[in-house]
Design a binder for this molecule. Structure first.
Ligand SMILES: CC(C)(COP(=O)(O)OP(=O)(O)OC[C@H]1O[C@@H](n2cnc3c(N)ncnc32)[C@H](O)[C@@H]1OP(=O)(O)O)[C@@H](O)C(=O)NCCC(=O)NCCS
Length: 203
């Protein structure tokens, strides 16, 4: 699917393509991790995640150059399915492209995919207590903080840092569908949240 993101500063639409993450994307994904996280997953760990098939959902956002020939991975995100919960493991956008609604589009895609997984009722994640931008993004999608994990992160420039645990419940409810429609409208996208197609497993 092809989508457009309105550039917040320039007002120029950024051509964006969101698709399942494959082995071929892992190098670019790890390059983003290197820029945004103090620690990153190994290539082997990513490949193991991708082999988990229907137990995992990972997506990449690719920016196509104007001539349509060169594409670049500008962000990614994903979750693991544990019983009736989806645990978001990461959402990250290349620093050069942050603030251009790519994170929001990835979250929208993940939530739509989560709604297509049979029996999945809720999504949850951990986020650094200091990461206000990410928390704003998650609240927009309906996540609420339920507690903290003390000193969960021990790798940052600030040393130990607490994680905020956030949950988004009842993702199949009408309220959440309406929320996603509102977000899609804000992102100037077709909503599509009512479609009930089966989840596409990772390749
Ligand atoms: C967090 C991250 C993924 C966000 O991605 P992004 O593409 O920069 O974010 P977006 O442009 O989609 O912005 C999300 C916006 O939704 C906004 N938003 C929240 N509620 C909104 C609403 N009701 N209406 C419109 N926008 C809203 C947020 O405010 C945020 O914008 P702001 O930071 O200017 O306030 C990105 O900054 C990143 O990769 N950070 C480093 C890695 C990281 O911390 N990942 C999260 C780990 S838990």
């Amino acid at each position: 699917m092809r989508r457009s993101v309105a550039g917040r500063e320039s007002g120029v639409a950024l051509p964006l393509h969101i698709c399942p993450m494959t082995r071929a994307h892992v190098r670019d994904v790890r390059a983003i991790d290197r820029l945004v996280y103090p620690r990153r997953w190994s290539t082997a760990l990513y490949l193991a995640e991708l082999r988990r098939g229907a137990e995992r959902v990972y997506r990449v956002a690719c920016h196509a150059a104007r001539d349509g020939r060169a594409t670049r991975v500008v962000g990614y995100g994903g979750f693991m399915i544990v019983a009736d919960e989806g645990h978001i493991t990461s959402v990250a956008v290349h620093p050069e492209f942050q603030g251009r609604r790519i994170g929001a589009q990835l979250m929208l895609e993940l939530h739509r995919e989560a709604r297509r997984v049979d029996g999945l009722e809720a999504l949850t994640l951990e986020v650094r207590a200091s990461n206000a931008a990410a928390q704003r993004l998650y609240r927009w999608f309906g996540y609420a903080p339920v507690g903290t994990r003390k000193h969960y992160y021990r790798d940052g420039p600030t040393g130990r840092e607490d994680a905020l645990v956030m949950w988004c419940h009842d993702i199949n409810g009408l309220g959440h569908a309406e929320r996603l429609e509102g977000i899609a409208a804000a992102l100037d996208l077709d909503s599509g949240v009512a479609s009930g197609a089966a989840m596409q497993p990772q390749s």
